[in-house]
Design a binder for this molecule. Structure first.
Ligand code: ADP
Ligand code: MG
Length: 309
């Protein structure tokens, strides 16, 4: 299928008041298209609404308003087909402790109506590296193994779209690598992948396109290249050895004075080199007694993007 794997229009979710908490508007009219065949990153700080959006796609949370189309099927018109097109690895480790991995996969396949002849439980267990735990009780599995099992469960009905909610939050390096290897391989085989993450670097390595949400609203949506181009701002903070009379000037740099006579010089690291910045500093007759760098982290980026909208 060309075109969009997911189309979201005016998606709104308001959680009702609960235990003295006021109602919570978790999504405020989100419009988002996710092209088929890509690895798509949904980024945003804690509480932004990522899991709410994903759980609506998964059919685990009921939306308040809006329209969701998955693989061409409107969720409200064709709930069964739209559900069959998507597999979700949830953020929470919600596993039945009395099932073995193999048992859990068989039950999941049954829920999705996969006929016995088409089940691939053993193959999927191998894929996620759980073949030797096939018959262990879930409660005896480590946290990392439980995550592998959640991924396996998301794959039993061979969905066109695989959604991973914070798959690498708090996991060790080995598991992270296993997850990314699998994501890459599945994507190469044609699966559309949607993932949420806190880690900009991870999004940079994995995703073709990125959307950023904050406070239930979409604040950015672009290819990873374009977005990171906007985000590669670096700042050199310079402490001159004498009060400055002329500020450095050069194309592509922005100079700001800081307390204690420091200068903060911001530039795009993709376009301007640190050497060019230092040249501009020396060109203004400034001798440097100390220098340090600052780099925007994801939190800064979120703040920046939300401020400018
Ligand atoms: P994220 O996954 O980006 O961290 P969530 O979608 O989990 O964000 O949460 C978005 C907002 O909705 C948060 O303010 C959160 O507290 C609230 N929220 C999430 N789930 C519920 C719920 N079941 N009941 C009430 N509020 C909720
Ligand atoms: Mg979440």
């Amino acid at each position: 299928m060309g075109g969009n794997a997911i189309e979201i229009r005016g998606l709104t979710k308001t959680y009702p008041p609960h235990k003295g908490e006021p109602e919570k508007r978790a999504l405020k009219g989100v419009d988002l298209d996710i092209p088929s065949g890509c690895v798509f990153g949904l980024l945003g700080p804690n509480g932004a609404g990522k899991s709410t959006l994903i759980n609506i796609l998964a059919g685990l949370v009921v939306k308040t308003a809006g329209k969701v189309t998955i693989w061409g099927f409107d969720q409200d018109v064709n709930p069964r087909q739209s559900r069959a097109a998507i597999g979700v690895m949830p953020q929470e480790l919600n596993l039945d402790p009395f099932f073995t991995p193999r048992g859990a996969l068989e039950v999941q396949a049954g829920l999705y109506g996969v006929p016995k002849s088409q089940r691939r439980s053993d193959e999927i267990l191998r894929l996620v590296g759980l073949e030797d735990k096939a018959h262990a009780y879930a409660r005896t599995l480590s946290g990392g193994m439980r995550r592998r099992l959640l991924l396996a469960k998301a794959l039993v009905h061979h969905p066109a779209v695989l959604v991973l909610d914070e798959p690498t939050a708090g996991v060790d390096i080995e598991l992270r690598r296993m997850l990314w290897d699998n994501v890459r391989r599945l994507n190469e085989e044609g699966m559309t992948i949607i993932l949420t993450t806190h880690y900009l670097e991870e999004a940079e390595q994995m995703c073709d396109e990125i959307a950023i949400i904050n406070h239930g609203e979409l604040v950015a949506r672009d290819t990873t290249g374009n977005l990171l181009g906007r985000l590669d701002a670096k700042t050199l903070v310079i402490r001159p050895d004498a009060p400055v009379t002329h500020l450095p000037q050069a194309e592509g740099i922005e100079v700001e004075t800081r307390p204690h006579g420091e200068l903060a010089i911001t530039y795009q690291s993709g376009r301007t080199s640190a050497e060019q910045v230092l040249e501009a500093v020396r060109g203004a007759g400034i001798r440097i007694s100390d220098v340090r760098t600052e780099q925007a982290d994801l939190e800064d980026v979120f703040l920046d993007l939300t401020r400018s909208t």
